[in-house]
Ligand binder design. Structure first.
Ligand code: NAD
Length: 358
């Protein structure tokens, strides 16, 4: 199979493989689109089941970033990088230096930041080799630092808007919310949900992360494989993608699915499966844009934390517009969002202001 026939290839502009034997780095950087600006998207470090799984992840995640940045109104295209781990890979300064050189070699067409398996300290190491990096330690009141609290805030506000739309409530007090994955975003989200009076059910494959949330607030737990099917009002996927598919969807009991994980739907048709079951799905790349909003203001040096907060507070109105169009046209929410994102990119590509479309 050639790359151009790959099921996840979608007119990507560039695809790069990097290997640095000295540090053990093996990485893929996918640039999906630069129509709206330099391609931006985090770096994921993961032990993939196969090289093809890593390639598919880079292709899908980078396209998702194009859509995410477009709908968030950012002057950024979509890209993503993955660092392939294996049992022998050591997370070292040399590894991130080699990754930084790889990013730098693209001359600013790709801007990196944190994603799964990457910390602010890792990005500081990358910064020694390239300026095309964001998510660095905060400088005073300027935007910056770990994007995950902003992602969590956007998801929390999106959950509120989704609950109002589907459950007709103005508050999360007393609602049962299942959070899959209590890592960087999931942990911050649990704090916000707990503060709003929700009852939490959580799962994680990482015992340390589970203990961290248990130490801070009352939660009930499920085995990672069972959490999706819990008897809850809201399901918030905050781990990895592809979890909503033809096998899992029929067993989901929540009435709202709204979480941070990228690529939650295994295939686009899963959006219709979810809608047919009467579940409201908040498109992942719309609700989880808080982190890239912070990354963007940090990178361009055009904003304070307050501006980031104000931008993140606009996520619910975008979601509600998508929910309304979905209801009016009887089209699944993911299809409404995809079509909107493509329109924005097309208009941007034609050199017209993005706000003429949105
Ligand atoms: P993270 O690595 O800090 O946390 C992910 C957590 O999920 C980990 O605790 C991990 O052990 C857990 N996990 C993995 N597989 C699991 C499974 N099968 N069941 C339960 N738990 C499992 O990553 P993060 O930064 O919190 O990101 C979480 C998700 O949100 C990812 O899909 C990421 O792409 C997406 N996202 C993150 C950001 C951000 O700002 N960090 C922004 C947008 C989207």
């Amino acid at each position: 199979m050639s790359l151009f026939d790959h099921p996840d290839y979608d007119e990507h502009e560039e695809l790069h493989c990097f290997r640095d034997p000295a540090s053990g780095l093996r990485a893929i950087i996918a640039i999906h689109s630069t129509a709206l600006g330099p391609a931006a998207g985090g770096c994921r470090r993961w032990q993939y089941a196969s090289n093809d799984a890593a390639l598919a992840d880079a292709l899908r995640l980078s396209r998702g970033m194009t859509y995410k940045n477009a709908i968030a109104g950012l002057p950024l295209g979509g890209g993503k990088s993955v660092i392939l781990e294996d049992r022998d890979t050591v997370k070292s300064p040399e590894l991130f230096a080699a990754f930084g050189r790889a990013v730098d070699s693209l001359g600013g067409r790709y801007i990196t930041a944190e994603d799964v398996g990457i910390t602010v300290d890792d990005m500081r190491l990358v910064r020694r080799e390239t300026r095309y990096v964001s998510g660095l330690p905060q400088d005073g009141q300027n935007a910056g630092g770990d994007p995950s609290p902003w992602t969590a805030l956007g998801v929390f506000l999106g959950i509120l808007a989704s609950a109002k739309t589907r459950l007709g409530v103005d508050s999360l007090a007393g609602l049962r919310v299942a959070v899959q994955g209590v890592g960087n975003v999931g942990m911050h989200l649990c704090r916000l949900l707990h503060g709003a009076g929700a009852h939490l059910r959580v799962a994680d494959v990482n015992r340390r992360n589970l203990q961290r949330v248990r130490d801070e607030m009352p939660v009930s737990e499920s085995a990672p494989n069972d959490l999706l099917f819990s008897d809850v009002d809201i399901l918030a996927p905050c781990a990895l993608g592809n979890i909503l598919n033809s096998e899992t969807i029929p067993r989901i009991r929540a009435r709202v699915i709204a979480g941070a994980a990228n690529n939650q739907l295994a295939v686009a048709a899963d959006g219709a499966r979810i809608a047919d079951q009467g579940i409201l799905y908040a498109p992942d790349y719309v609700i989880n844009a808080g982190g890239i909003i912070s990354v963007s203001r940090e990178y361009f040096g055009n904003g304070s934390e307050d501006k980031v907060r104000a931008d993140v507070h606009r996520i619910p109105e975008r979601l509600v517009a998508i929910f309304e169009e979905s209801s009016r046209t009887q089209t699944p929410t993911n299809e409404v969002a995809d079509a909107l994102a493509r329109r924005i990119v097309d208009v941007g590509a034609a050199g017209k202001p993005v706000d003429q479309v949105a």
